[in-house]
Design a protein. Structure first.
Length: 557
């Protein structure tokens, strides 16, 4: 591949003198412009710890690019903090931001004709959005994750933001004082980096290494570890190697690589959001993938990582134990890995996994012969409530069967008010609808509600289902992505207070105990609600977004 295969069209020849003049106005020289132009997509923002340190990492990436013969050009995009907006109207912006981030990276790279791009990412949606943009562009590119936050310390225990959300429920229930809640709030997030358990950000970080679009070993280095600067410099040098080799994003984002990513999620107990994001990445890469693929791969993949929200350890512990490379090594030795899949390093994932080093006596990643659970954490359920499928995360600690009356709420706020007022009782099935991609719009996460349910001591006796989604920190028998969503006339829209809901995880079943004829009769009176946001970015998104079963990608009609 010509290293300046795109940028020479904007920098070379007499007719480009005006463009060169403008580049020179901001400090680029003729020599700079004679080299490949490399975009550095920085998702830095000052609103959250997840992305707060990315300016430092982007500077190191640029140093690596310059030292390897390229000219870096940094640009910024947006990010929304899931953790901060949780439980508010602002959370509707989170999934919408994934599309805006992908669009903006694609748009700048196409407009500025960069020869390659490094995406520096942090909070949840910035990670899949970057991979989606690379899949669309199909140019040399890689993703560098900013790294996990360190664990907080609360009275001798490791804690994360998950503990804070569950403590809110404990406070509501009178089990924790305001002073104790404030003390926990002050220490749970001790610095820069993304949420510390195997929540969505660290799950998608795992995905990026397992799929091969991030160099193996780079992402799991914690945010404030001095080694992160070295990793960032290396990624700058590596993008120049990718460019010289002519390796494009879709050479890496293949069906075998996507299967490896799913196996990584299943084995690590990762977030249900990975289903949504991997479906979206696959569609942008024009690779066939559907929800049933997650079930098949999860069934053949053991759960190996003892990570929060269900387990004992945080992501930084996993790095110290041997990192994602050690997890990949376990899967390789168990013949659960498509070992010939290419990675951005130029090596196959099998070659990368084979050089893993395990820390002696580590307890974070279980041995193959003693998995935490014989199958992975992701479960796809179907039935008359979700004919297109829905997603649960089962760690092995939850009950696998539940039957109870539906408590139907038209929004997250309604459900949260009921939990606070102690109107949700043991045995209930909390149903939250009109929170899907179109109906929300934006498919809010429900950590505030699920955290409150667990904090009140109802986590072992109440189930929850929604056409919205969950934080990676959610635990308990919680079922999300119910598809089709209520706003599309899915059966969840037909549910009424008191309907009996049956959940059988081992049978992959979610159903309401009424006949199909009754569902049809009820839906004959159903009318779509008018859009909450008829204009603006939410209005555009609601008009263009597909079902969660298709990754909630936006497509022109």
């Amino acid at each position: 591949m010509d290293p300046k295969h795109r940028s020479r069209h904007i920098t070379e020849g007499r007719d480009r003198a005006g463009a060169r003049s403008m580049f020179k106005a901001v400090g680029f020289t003729s020599d700079d412009l004679s080299k490949p132009l490399i975009g550095v997509a920085n998702t830095w923002i000052e609103t959250m710890p997840c992305n707060f340190h990315l300016r430092r990492l982007a500077a190191k990436v640029k140093e690596g690019i310059r030292a390897s013969g390229g000219t870096p050009m940094e640009f910024n995009t947006i990010a929304i903090s899931d953790g901060e907006t949780m439980g508010t109207e602002g959370m509707k912006a989170s999934l919408v931001s994934r599309e805006v981030i992908a669009d903006s990276i694609e748009l700048v790279c196409r407009g500025q004709m960069f020869d390659a791009v490094v995406c520096v990412v942090g909070c949840d949606k910035t990670i899949p959005a970057s991979a989606m943009a690379l899949a669309r562009l199909n140019e040399p590119g890689l993703v560098l994750y900013g790294g996990t936050i360190a664990a907080g310390q609360f009275r001798g225990k490791d804690v994360t933001v998950q503990d804070v959300y569950e403590a809110i429920g404990a406070n509501i229930a009178g089990k924790m004082s305001e002073a104790d809640l404030t003390e926990l709030e002050n220490v749970a997030c001790p610095g820069a980096g993304a949420c510390g358990g195997q929540y969505t950000a660290n799950t998608m970080s795992t995905v990026m290494e397992m799929i091969g679009i991030s160099p193996m070993g780079a992402n799991s280095v914690p945010a404030m570890d001095p080694q992160k600067d070295e990793v960032s410099y290396y990624c700058g040098a590596l993008i120049m190697e990718l460019l010289k080799r002519g390796t494009k994003a879709r050479d890496i984002l293949t069906r075998p690589a996507l299967e490896n990513a799913i196996a990584g999620v299943a084995a690590s107990g990762g977030s249900t959001n990975s289903v949504l994001h991997l479906l979206a990445i696959a569609r942008e890469a024009e690779v066939h993938l559907d929800m049933d693929d997650f079930q098949k791969i999860s069934e053949r993949t053991p759960l190996l990582c003892d990570l929060k929200p269900f387990g004992r350890f945080v992501a930084a512990d996993m790095h110290r134990a041997g990192g994602i490379r050690l997890l990949a090594n376990r899967l390789l030795r168990g013949k659960k890995l498509n070992e010939s899949a290419l990675t951005v390093t130029g090596k196959t994932i099998g070659e990368e996994a084979s050089i893993a080093v395990e820390t002696p006596d580590q307890e974070v990643i279980a041995p193959l012969d003693r998995p935490l659970k014989a199958t992975g954490g992701l479960v796809i359920l179907r039935g008359n409530l979700s004919p297109e499928g829905c997603v649960a995360k089962i760690s092995g600690h939850e009950r696998l069967s539940h039957r109870g009356p539906a408590r139907v709420f038209e929004s997250e706020e309604e459900a949260m008010a009921a939990v606070k007022a102690k109107r949700v009782k043991a045995g209930d099935v909390v149903v939250i609808r009109n929170e899907g991609p179109k109906g929300g719009p934006g498919m809010r996460e429900m950590l505030a509600v699920t955290g409150a349910i667990v904090g009140e001591g109802l986590g072992d006796s109440v189930a929850l289902l929604t056409d919205g989604r969950f934080s990676g920190a959610t635990r308990g028998l919680m079922i999300g992505h119910v598809s089709p969503e209520a706003a599309l006339g899915g059966p969840i829209a037909a549910m009424r207070e008191g309907d009996i809901v049956r959940i059988e995880v081992n049978q992959r079943l979610l159903e309401v105990e009424i006949s199909n004829a009754e569902i049809k009769q009820r839906m004959s009176h159903w009318k779509a609600r008018p859009p909450i946001y008829p204009t603006g970015v939410f209005g555009k998104y609601a008009a263009l977004v597909a079902s969660a079963s298709q990754g909630a990608v936006t497509r022109p009609h």
